[in-house]
Write a protein that binds this ligand. Sequence first.
Ligand SMILES: [Zn+2]
Length: 193
Amino acid sequence: MAEAQAFWALHLHGTLEQLQEGTYVLPEIQQQYEKLRQEIVRKTGQPLVFSLSNKCHTLSPHIIGAISRVTLAIGIHLPALMSFYAKTLARDPDGDRKLEVLIVLNILHEMEHGAYGYLSSPRKTREELIENEAAAWAVSCGEEIRVFHEQGYPLPAATARVYEVWQSCGAENNRCWKSFISSYYAEVAERRE
Ligand SMILES: [Zn+2]
């Protein structure tokens, strides 16, 4: 865990703490965090909980963020974040800024699942997964990726691709968007079947 904690401290510069304290540098992102946090607290009657895990997600080693459908606690799987950084961002001059986008996006995307009820049942079908992810990613594109993009932040390649497709598909949650989300989640979805 020491290595994961050191990575978190070195590269993320208190990003989660800033969101929790209300001091994150982009006001629109901070407002969205607060709106989602209040909705989750209203639903659970408990403070919002984050847990940093040094274990991989059981469905895929690539999954960074997750949410408990029971407690709405948000989990961040540090090994996924660390291996993505090592493989993709470590030699990129914009690597640390892309990592910041990635962590904020993972946190708020999972909170969007919880706040808006885009949560799949325990024995989820592929259709249910795609419905929930299409809905949650449409919100994430409009509320977070758009803001980062407009503020001139460099986006990780996969994030830029999601945003580009969301814009080109037009109206939210249409067939074009769902078909993209379906291919985006192919690996994870297959493991759930
Ligand atoms: Zn999701």
